[in-house]
Design a binder for this molecule. Structure first.
Ligand SMILES: Cc1cc2nc3c(=O)[nH]c(=O)nc-3n(C[C@H](O)[C@H](O)[C@H](O)COP(=O)(O)O)c2cc1C
Length: 189
């Protein structure tokens, strides 16, 4: 199996089960290893992850429901809650501001770079999970949930929440996705 084969295993999987095909400790290890390996502008290491499993994972989706005052469909929430874990991805704004003050020439660049690096982290975790037979999808309920999540889960105020990755066993596979011709997206000159 090559790295390219591994990339092909990742999909947005919404039919997730509560049976994680790895232990919770192995999930945390995987997230830690990927977080250590993913690159980052100036090696600033601004990416953050909160791993929620079991009761904390289910409570998270209740918090989303409460924050949206019932506006997110119950079926959708039940699907997320019925998975095994949720990973909250965030950016540590204190780290970004520190780098901005150190390197004045790039002040306006750091927030964008921080966003790219937390994006790379999400992708790398998502793919690594897929290679282990673990399904995942990615959600964005920010900023509506932010205040409640910081309070309820003790997330530091300077960790700006970016996305929520729902993780679980794979119930069923998604259909094929429509792809634009690759020649429109990658060119040689
Ligand atoms: C930056 C980004 C934001 C996304 N936001 C959401 C989201 O909020 N909700 C969702 O269900 N899927 C979200 N997705 C998943 C995309 O819809 C999905 O990756 C895309 O349709 C391709 O399908 P695939 O993941 O199965 O390859 C997001 C993906 C990316 C990369």
């Amino acid at each position: 199996m090559t790295y390219l084969d591994d990339l092909k295993k990742r999909r947005s999987r919404y039919d997730l089960t509560s049976e994680l095909p790895m232990s919770e400790e192995a999930l945390v290890d995987l997230v830690e290893v990927v977080t250590l390996e993913v690159p980052d502008a100036f090696n600033m290491q601004s990416q953050r992850v909160v791993v929620l499993t079991g009761e904390r994972h289910r409570r998270f989706w209740q918090v989303v429901d409460e924050a949206f005052e019932g506006q997110v469909s119950a079926d959708k929430l039940a699907g997320f809650s019925g998975a095994a874990a949720t990973l909250l991805f965030a950016t540590d704004t204190a780290t970004v501001e520190d780098l901005q003050s150190q390197f004045a020439l790039y002040t306006d660049k750091f927030p964008g770079w921080a966003r790219e690096s937390v994006g790379m982290l999400q992708y790398a975790v998502w793919t690594a999970l897929a290679t282990e037979g673990v399904g995942a999808n990615i959600q964005h309920y920010n900023p509506v949930i932010d205040k409640a999540v910081h309070e309820e889960f003790g997330v530091p105020a300077e960790w700006e929440l970016v996305s929520q990755m729902v993780v679980g066993g794979i119930g069923s596979e998604p259909g094929e996705k429509e792809l634009k011709p690759i020649s429109e997206r990658v060119v040689t000159r």
